[in-house]
Unconditional design. Structure first.
Length: 284
């Protein structure tokens, strides 16, 4: 298997040749191909590695068995294929022999079975991890699809978990449940649709502006934190429980009083009936 170095008006490359990769149709103008069985067949295309192909203008392929077949597309890693999708990026890890393909134009596509980690500090203490859920994240969260250095995460079961560790909180203040109920009573609760949704998709709840005006919670007037909505609901539930418990005590006391009065009424009725019988007997 010969090794060839070529510099022509069409392109430059170094490769172990096993086929037709150095035939004129497989060499693009101003292209670069370096590796084994590599092809840069379009203008300004670049291919590196083993059996990689850069088949469209300004495409780039590097790694093993990768194909950049869309204009200005990039295929990296192992068995990555841009699938004729222009402006697309595909990175595929080596966890499978299956080919990872771009689905649409102008998209970024990743196969990273060990997780995708983005760090936003030099000591790697802040950031976001997207993972399979089979391992504990950098931040100590298990069974998470998206985990963050803040403590919040999206679980593999599909629910978002807010951070609520008491060690991260301060400035505690007691809440009046009756005050929460009074504020909640005046809060408009309506059904609505987001402007970007079809009209048949409906939601229910307050607007951020009304919620903020009622409770003054959150960082601004255009968003509502789920933990605040939940906190209002729990405070209202506690207040209603206090009311229910008090009402239950009053009802029980009234039932006892009612039973006593019914007993007294029955006794009075019996006495009255006895008197009436005596009067009838005296008349006869």
């Amino acid at each position: 298997m010969p090794s060839v170095t070529s510099t022509t008006s069409s392109g430059v490359g170094w490769s172990n040749i096993s086929g037709t990769q150095w035939d004129d149709p497989n060499i693009g103008e101003y292209s670069v191909a370096i590796g084994q069985d590599v092809r840069a067949s379009a203008a300004n295309a670049t291919a590196f590695g083993l059996r990689t192909t850069a088949a469209q203008v300004s495409s780039f392929a590097a790694g093993e068995d990768n194909t950049a077949s869309g204009a200005a597309s990039v295929a990296l890693g192992y068995h990555a294929h841009t699938n004729a999708r222009q402006g697309s990026f595909v990175f595929s890890d080596r966890s499978s022999v299956d080919t990872m393909r771009a689905g649409v134009n102008h998209s970024a596509n990743w196969r990273v079975s060990g997780g995708f980690r983005i760090f936003t500090s030099s000591n790697l203490t802040t950031g976001v991890t997207i993972q399979s859920g089979t391992v504990t994240s950098n931040w100590g969260q298990s069974n998470a699809v998206i985990s963050t250095s803040t403590g919040a995460y999206l679980s593999t079961a599909g629910f978002w978990t807010d951070v609520s560790d008491v060690r991260r909180k301060h400035l505690f203040a007691d809440v009046s449940g009756e005050d929460v109920l009074a504020r909640l009573r005046g809060l408009p609760i309506r059904t609505w649709s987001y402007r970007v949704e079809p009209s048949h998709v409906r939601h229910i709840g307050p607007t951020a502006q009304d919620f903020h005006a009622a409770f003054g919670l959150g960082a601004d007037k255009v968003t509502i934190a789920p933990i605040d909505e939940g906190g209002v609901a729990l405070a209202a539930a506690q207040a209603l429980d206090v009311r229910t418990t008090a009402q239950a005590s009053r009802i029980q006391a009234l039932e006892v009083e009612n039973a006593r009065l019914r007993g007294e009424t029955a006794d009075l009725r019996a006495r009255l009936e006895a008197i009436e019988r005596m009067l009838r007997e005296q008349r006869h």
